[in-house]
Design a protein. Structure first.
Length: 133
């Protein structure tokens, strides 16, 4: 299953946005606080419980300087996945978008697709909120 978030544009340099997101501890600021709990993090990995009881562990996999941040599912993930944040420089600042690719059964995909799309769209919107208030 592939999910793309809405793009989010902010009036901030690409290096500032990249450095903020690359520190996994900062993902907490992008998540919808009313839909998550049990947040744990270090600069390179995190885990949280989403509404419905699933724990999502994320681990920083690799980065492409000022362009892409790649996360992978951590230990005890309910299914293997990758989550990429891709950034591009614009005349107005920076545009970012999240790309999720998960390998799951059709039954889990049916149940998870809409909540995951909502989660990633919320995270994209929260990038804008974080940098522009």
């Amino acid at each position: 299953m592939l999910i793309e978030s809405i793009p989010a544009s902010v009036n901030q340099t690409i290096s500032v946005v990249f450095d903020f997101i690359k520190n996994i501890e900062n993902l907490n600021f992008l998540l919808p606080q009313d839909k998550i709990s049990a947040w744990l993090s270090t600069p390179t990995e995190c885990s949280f419980k989403i509404q419905g009881g699933i724990i999502i562990p994320l681990v920083l996999d690799n980065t492409v300087e000022n362009t892409e941040i790649n996360l992978i599912s951590g230990p005890k993930s309910p299914f293997p996945f990758t989550l990429s944040v891709r950034l591009s420089e614009t005349s107005e600042g920076t545009t970012g978008q999240l790309f999720f690719e998960g390998k799951m059964s059709k039954a889990i995909q049916f149940l998870a697709e809409k909540p995951l799309k909502n989660l990633f769209n919320s995270m994209a919107q929260n990038i804008k909120v974080h940098f522009e208030g």
